[in-house]
Design a protein around this ligand. Structure first.
Ligand code: UGC
Ligand code: NI
Length: 167
């Protein structure tokens, strides 16, 4: 099984998968009579139909045992999904490009710097949220509406991958 190289998260590297939500290097302008800096339109919430809603949730996620065998990825065909860390901790991301199924050889892993969130675009294959801390809180912005919005793909045994952040 291939051990994933864990790349530092950057807007450029993550562009095929979605947006990086961060102040560093982002467009901004002053508002509120000069008392507030607005980092504007860092990501767009994607939905599928006019009846859909963009909703805001909090995920309190417990750490997976590491090293982790990545045996599955999921995608949300009807909407984007954003994870914004509430406690300032780095977290791990495992993604694969759009397609009918994730391609094991194209799976990539990233680690955030604690000041970054991400917004998976519609249909981007990703692993369910992966903390580095024992437990961590995320603000999550995603789509609510009718129909199935979560496809899961389970890799064949020889396609599975290893995520080993502490080595
Ligand atoms: N199932 C759910 O709401 N969470 C996943 O989509 C995830 O990416 O963690
Ligand atoms: Ni998801």
């Amino acid at each position: 099984m291939r051990t994933l190289t864990i790349e530092p998260l950057t807007k450029e590297a993550f562009a095929p998968f979605g947006d990086v939500i961060e102040t560093d290097g982002s467009d901004h302008f002053m508002i509120n009579n000069g008392s507030t800096m607005r980092f504007h339109k860092l990501a767009t919430v994607q939905t599928a139909t006019p009846e859909d809603n963009a909703i805001i949730s909090i995920f309190r996620a417990d750490a997976q045992d590491m090293p982790l065998t990545v045996s599955m990825l999921e995608r949300h065909p009807l909407g984007s999904q954003a994870f914004i860390p509430l406690l300032g901790n780095p977290f791990l991301i495992v993604v694969a490009p759009l397609g009918d199924e994730p391609v094991s050889g194209l799976v990539r892993a990233f680690v955030t710097n604690g000041r970054q969130g991400i917004n998976y675009h519609r249909g981007v294959w990703h692993h369910p949220v992966l903390t580095i801390e024992k437990r961590d809180d995320f603000l999550v912005v995603d789509r609510s509406g009718t129909g199935n919005n979560c496809d899961e793909h389970f890799f064949k045994e020889d396609e599975r991958l290893i995520l080993a952040p502490h080595q």
